[in-house]
Write a protein that binds this ligand. Structure first.
Ligand code: TNX
Length: 562
């Protein structure tokens, strides 16, 4: 006998089950190959999709920061999927993400580390192989890019599995040095933000954080031997209102602060875990009004002056009397003790010679040393710093003005006034880092709209995304000279960036373009393809809560910039 009641109950159960199945969190999302910077080679491997699920295991070879790298992947997967990968010792097991160090180049000089890696995903797992822990970490960054952009945010609606397309990626950077700079002299930012900045650097496979620590408008680093550098030199009476050219004066609000050595150690530890070199910059002989305000005897006139409130280039610079060299050596000794970076940046830019021309010490030095003029005196100044840094096992790097009047052979030149300085330096056998303002100054406007409205306010200039992308540092160099290009860097000067939001706005998305300039071979670069991959990148920036400049219609293809 047919029991109607039972049939109805059956239908009801089926309906409920259907609804449950339909609404279950069993969502499978699939990753993509929108990797930025673009790898040297990406192929569909056709070995079947891999599914990360709660049975997936994780193997990480022992090496530099391997515990950190392990945590990094565990968190990445856990945050998005609520899946805790199970650590395993079996690198060849099924359903395993496996990071294998094939040979170790971890212990060589930072810029000689082999940063290449290979990533293969198949239905059985994901294998990342490299000859250094840093290479493995870049493989992890690539894995991050091929997973859906949702992994960048803490997901409320958890998924239970995640499909990774089958790819074979073979990759290595074009340039050894890939830098992002931040000026904390004009405006400074909390340590927490500096760490975020390092995250941004890592996400784009850049490897150097150039920390511009001293300026006319503020000295930002604790120096024990000279406490007034921060007691006095870290604070200015006010910050310029509007644009420099508006002549509105300053706001009268005391502004300042500095990083203690403990702060710096915290940043260094974080950067080191993330395979980023932190290169400090201490400016000599120019851009030193804040130091002079703290110790007036550092200048030629010896007059008490205030920490600068105006932007620009200022006449009071370091004098060349012996006491200044002692100061320089004592300050740099503390810097060298604190920062492990092989390269120590000593500025060297924009040092007007007005004071030196009228200074009896400087004029006496010119005569005594048989120098031609004040430019050769600057060269003497820089060579003395270089000698000192060499004695400490470090290499001097400075802005391209350090070429004027001759330069010690092993000094490195950062070419900012166009590409001339870099070309000239490379011909003389110096290594160079290319950061011409025409392509690499992220304090310039990035769209016509921003520029026309002067909002958000920028220093001037015009540097849209496509212009940054179009840069090929090797183009202007002759064959022999090419090998002297160490790398490329973008600079973030902060005269007009008071907040971390503004810094992000000026940095993003241009950081994506410069990362591809630094990492990807010229032949593999393609603007339309880049824009296409940026669609996914913008979602990541959204998920990370980054205040990036949104693409304007047609704007980023700005014909003017070509
Ligand atoms: C030039 S680049 C400077 C900085 C300014 C920047 C503004 C360089 C070595 N010096 O002091 O902040 O222009 O774009």
């Amino acid at each position: 006998m047919v029991d109607l009641k039972n049939i109805l109950r059956g239908i009801y159960i089926c309906l409920i089950a259907g609804v449950l199945v339909h609404c279950s969190p069993k969502e499978v999302s699939k990753g993509n190959s929108s990797i930025i910077p673009k790898p040297q080679s990406v192929e569909e491997a056709g070995l079947g999709d891999f599914s990360i699920d709660d049975g997936t295991k994780l193997f990480v070879s022992k090496g530099k920061n391997s515990e950190f790298v392990k945590e990094y992947i565990l968190n990445m997967i856990d945050n998005s999927l609520s899946i805790k990968l199970k650590p395993t010792d079996d690198k060849d097991g099924k359903n395993t993400i496996s990071l294998v160090l094939e040979a170790s180049s971890d212990d060589v000089d930072f810029y000689d580390v082999d940063e290449s890696y290979e990533l293969i995903s198949s239905k059985d797992g994901i294998s990342i192989k490299a000859n250094s822990s840093r290479g493995l970490f870049y493989g992890v960054q690539t894995l991050r890019s091929i997973l859906p952009s949702d992994i960048e945010k803490k997901n409320d609606a958890k998924k239970v599995s995640l499909a990774v397309p089958s790819l074979k990626i073979v990759d290595k950077p074009t340039f050894k040095y890939r830098g992002i700079h931040l000026d904390v002299g004009r405006h400074l930012f909390p340590v927490e933000f500096i760490k975020k900045y390092i995250d941004y650097i890592v996400m784009h496979k850049m490897n150097t954080f150039h920390w511009h620590l001293t300026e006319d408008q503020g000295w930002r680093l604790q120096i024990d031997k000279y406490p007034k550098l921060t007691e006095v030199g870290a604070y200015r009476k006010g910050t310029l209102k509007g644009h420099y050219t508006d002549n509105l004066g300053h706001d009268g609000k005391r502004y300042g602060g500095f990083y203690t050595k403990e702060d710096v150690k915290e940043v260094l530890a974080y950067a080191n875990k993330n395979f980023v070199n932190v290169m400090p910059e201490i400016e000599f002989p120019g851009h030193s009004v804040a130091a002079i305000a703290a110790y007036p005897w550092l200048s030629c006139t010896g007059k008490q002056i205030d920490v600068e409130t105006k932007w620009g280039v200022h006449a009071d610079i370091h004098c060349t009397k012996e006491k200044n060299f002692k100061f320089m050596e004592e300050v740099l000794s503390e810097v060298v003790d604190l920062f492990p970076s092989k390269f120590i940046h000593i500025g060297g830019d924009e040092a007007p010679k007005d004071r030196w021309k009228k200074c009896r010490f400087c004029q006496r030095n010119i005569k005594k040393l048989g120098l031609k003029d004040e430019h050769e005196l600057q060269s003497y100044f820089i060579k003395r710093i270089q000698k000192f840094l060499s004695s400490k096992g470090r290499t001097l790097i400075g802005w391209d003005e350090i070429l004027e009047g001759g330069l010690a052979k092993n000094a490195v030149v950062m070419s900012w006034r166009g590409t001339k300085g870099g070309l000239e330096a490379s011909k003389k056998g110096h290594y160079v880092v290319m950061t011409p303002y025409t392509y690499c100054y992220f304090d310039y406007y990035q769209s016509k709209e921003d520029r026309d409205n002067k909002s958000p306010l920028a220093i001037g200039g015009f540097l849209p995304l496509d212009k940054v992308y179009s840069y090929n540092p090797k183009d202007e160099f002759e064959k022999e000279a090419k090998k002297f290009i160490l790398g490329v860097q973008a600079n973030v000067w902060t005269e007009y960036m008071k907040t971390t939001d503004k810094v992000e706005y000026m940095l993003f998305p241009r950081i994506a373009a410069i990362s591809e300039v630094a990492w990807t071979n010229k032949e593999a670069k393609n603007w339309d393809d880049f824009l296409n991959r940026m669609k996914d990148q913008y979602k990541r920036y959204d998920n990370l809560g980054i205040n990036y400049k949104k693409p304007d219609k047609g704007e980023d293809q700005g014909e003017e910039s070509k």
